[in-house]
Write a protein that binds this ligand. Structure first.
Ligand code: NAP
Ligand code: ZN
Ligand code: ZN
Length: 349
């Protein structure tokens, strides 16, 4: 087993605290990474606080990981020692079911192995633990190459926030001539703005935080609508596509109203309770869809595109000792626009 140090939640109501734990032994196709940076996704908070009701404790969260390869198995040909590597939400899958064959491992029919909280496929006695830690063991087929031109701390959030917004924008063919909305300016939302703008759409941000309006414009929004202002919301109409990234229960009906005929509302936020919608949806052929992260191939395509177009996340780099304060600030929508942990601070304190 490999010894690791990290920060974990031992129960839904416990703050994160230091932990020593073990990872599975690396095999012939695996990489061992010394971790450098890890983004703080709102899903880490939902999970650490058991808001979805299926968390396994103790849990070391963190699925936006950048590390350096320190060891490779005999069969690894796509990475070498010293390379930077990324690890996102998906660390293994069955590889043979139809979604896996279609490069959609995240929809694996046998059950995807997630970065933390899953039984490891190569050692079912071990539960995977995430990237708020010093090292990681991952199959090289599920590791990502990091564009050398980008600052790695700004790349970390692309591994979840990036792919989770990229994938539905690509799936629904967002591009020039389309009127697109992004709801919520947090980690996902700010990447949604950057990508929708880069793809040539006219982009509107819907936000509850008036103070974020100026930032939204520099991140790629052409317009900003304050969603708590009913008059402003009434003026929103004719949208082809709206990407809703909100982390909490909220009313989606105003966004359905803002869609044009046959327009699509895509939900990527994962609030702990259900969202209700009115049946007036049927009158204008509208679509409600959902999207979950993305496959490994698509994640690499997104990273390569970011390398070519110089796109990274806007981050606040933090010391691991400040993680509990960071969690509280994310819940208060007070982050610009992703916290990233400098993992060297686990060793230095
Ligand atoms: P985040 O950084 O906290 O951003 C969420 C944003 O939602 C906030 O910044 C805020 O934006 C808005 N918001 C928060 N509470 C709200 C409320 N009560 N009413 C209206 N708006 C509210 O979170 P994130 O990391 O981007 O993640 C967003 C959600 O996506 C989470 O639920 C997360 O679990 C989920 N997620 C899903 C996937 C997937 O594969 N589908 C992947 C990653 C994350 P404003 O201040 O602009 O209003
Ligand atoms: Zn995430
Ligand atoms: Zn599969």
């Amino acid at each position: 087993m490999i010894q690791s140090k990290g920060y974990s939640a031992s129960a839904a109501t416990s703050p994160l605290a230091p932990i020593d734990f073990e990872r599975r032994d690396p095999g012939k196709s695996d990489l061992v990474l010394e971790l450098l940076y890890c983004g703080v996704c709102h899903s880490d908070i939902h999970y650490a606080r058991n808001e979805w009701g299926h968390s396994r404790f103790p849990v070391v969260p963190g699925h936006e990981i950048i590390g350096r390869v320190t060891q490779i198995g005999d069969q690894v040909s796509n990475f070498k020692i010293g390379d930077l590597a990324g690890v996102g939400c998906v660390i293994d899958s069955c590889r043979t079911c139809p979604p896996c064959e279609d490069h959609e491992e995240h929809y694996c029919e046998k059950g995807v192995t997630m970065n933390y909280g899953s039984k490891e496929r190569k050692d079912s006695k071990v539960i995977s633990q995430g990237g708020y830690s010093t090292n990681y063991v991952v199959d090289s087929d599920y590791a990502l190459h990091i564009p050398s031109t980008l600052n790695p701390e700004g790349v970390a959030p692309l591994l979840c926030a990036g792919i989770t917004t990229w994938s539905p924008l690509r799936h629904w063919n967002v591009g020039p001539g389309m009127k697109v909305g992004v709801v919520g300016l947090g980690g996902l939302g700010h990447m949604g703005l950057k990508f929708a703008h880069a793809f040539g759409a006219e982009v509107t941000l819907f936000t509850t935080s008036a103070a974020k309006a100026d930032d939204a414009k520099s991140l790629g929004a052409d317009k900003v609508i304050i969603s708590t202002d009913p008059e402003a919301m009434k003026s929103a109409h004719g949208f082809d596509f709206i990407l809703d990234t909100v982390s909490a229960v909220h009313d989606i009906n105003p966004y359905l109203s803002a869609l044009k005929r046959s327009g699509t509302l895509c939900l990527v936020g994962l609030p702990e309770q259900q969202l209700a919608f009115k049946s007036s949806l049927v009158l204008r052929n509208k679509v409600i869809s959902g999207s979950f992260i993305g496959g490994i191939k698509e994640t690499q395509e997104m990273l390569d595109y970011c390398g070519e177009h110089n796109i990274t996340a806007d981050i606040e780099l933090i010391n691991i000792a400040d993680i509990n304060e960071a969690f509280d600030r994310v819940v208060k929508s007070d982050v610009k626009y992703r916290f990233v942990i400098d993992l060297a601070t686990i060793k230095t304190g």
